[in-house]
Design a protein around this ligand. Structure first.
Ligand SMILES: [Zn+2]
Length: 347
């Protein structure tokens, strides 16, 4: 089974170029594809393009799709997949395509990688056509990498295209954002996402995984590949222990911080949201057997504490991929959670 390599990253087999491009062809990205190919046809594509979307919204896939289009020798609305350029691209050997991502076991894109990209971009195109770089995820650059990239952005060479893929615009310096044209990716409505996931693979748990992926279909697919159903069971067991005040906070925080912390935060958020939704029902409708923590006399303060914890969880999700001690973060969250559902002192 796949294991987490770094905070928030689910490690699965890298899909081949054909699979990535097939994913980018989903219906809900059609307006963006149309927009990009119209700009390409009219020679209006900016030198630097920032594709933004929630994790798993398809920005990586769309970035590859655009790179393929730019490197295709044909004049179609999408890469033809048959010309010499497309064949090189599919084989992963196109000499004018630069894919920059964190190297094995590294969390960040190093400055040397960006310098290498800048040097290559300054050279003539091997095939006498466009040169394309895909930096994915761009929010994995550190400050030195950003500064090195800024030079390339400020002095673009002819017929070069820099595609930046990111999910967090607040992790990108303003100098980078202001020099890039921004495109934000939409998420499909749940029904459309589920239909697409079921086409990919028949699986009864898609609704659950899609909720854990915050509605992002490509992330739900990654979760399925990484066996996240197991995490669902583990988390439910942990909540049962928390209600009995039997959860080992230190050991649990250590385990969660090592294994798909972001997915666990999503899980906790959706679990607590469900609990609070039930708590808001009139007491004769609420299933109080399922919510023992709400049987206490101090019902209203508990609900308020629940909403405060929900805010903290959302903030934590924003922080978990940053340079933050994930174990400490989980310890803090588990202390609040135990205080809430376990009726421990301090609630
Ligand atoms: Zn082609």
């Amino acid at each position: 089974m796949a294991r987490s390599k770094r905070a928030g990253e689910v490690v699965v087999a890298v899909p081949d170029v054909g699979d990535v491009l097939a994913r980018a062809a989903v219906e809900w990205l059609a307006p963006l594809r149309g927009q990009l190919s119209a700009m390409h046809r009219q020679n209006r594509l900016p030198h630097a393009l920032l594709l933004l979307g929630q994790p798993g919204a398809g920005q990586s896939e769309l970035g590859m799709w655009l790179a393929a289009l730019l490197l295709c020798d044909g004049q179609e609305a999408a890469a033809c997949r048959a010309c010499a350029g497309c064949r090189l691209f599919h084989a992963g050997t196109h000499p004018d395509f630069y894919r920059v991502r964190p190297e094995e076991d590294a969390a960040v894109i190093r400055v040397e990688q960006i310098r290498g990209l800048s040097e290559s971009f300054a050279l003539k195109s091997f095939r006498g056509r466009a040169k394309v770089a895909l930096v994915d995820p761009a929010d994995a650059m550190n400050i030195n990498s950003f500064n090195a990239l800024l030079k390339t952005l400020e002095e673009p060479s002819d017929n070069t295209y820099l595609i930046l893929v990111a999910s967090r615009i607040d992790r990108l310096p303003r100098t980078i954002v202001s020099r890039s044209a921004r495109l934000r990716l939409p998420l499909p409505v749940a029904g459309e996402a589920l239909a697409w996931l079921n086409e990919c693979r028949k699986y009864a748990g898609w609704e659950r995984l899609l909720a854990l992926a915050n509605g992002a279909p490509f992330l739900a697919l990654q979760y399925a590949d990484a066996g996240l159903e197991e995490i669902d069971t583990q988390m439910q067991e942990a909540m049962n222990s928390a209600e009995k005040s039997q959860l080992d906070i230190i050991a649990t925080a250590a385990a969660w911080s090592r294994d798909q912390p972001e997915a666990r935060l999503y899980w906790l958020e959706s679990w607590l949201t469900g609990q609070l939704r039930e708590a808001a029902l009139p007491s004769d409708l609420a299933n109080n057997n399922r919510l023992p923590w709400l049987r206490v006399a101090a019902r209203e303060p508990m609900i308020r504490a629940g909403y405060r914890l929900l805010d903290t969880l959302r903030e934590a999700r924003m922080l978990v991929n940053g340079a933050l001690n994930t174990q400490l973060l989980f310890e803090g969250l588990l202390i609040s959670l135990m205080a809430l559902v376990g009726g421990a002192p301090g609630s």
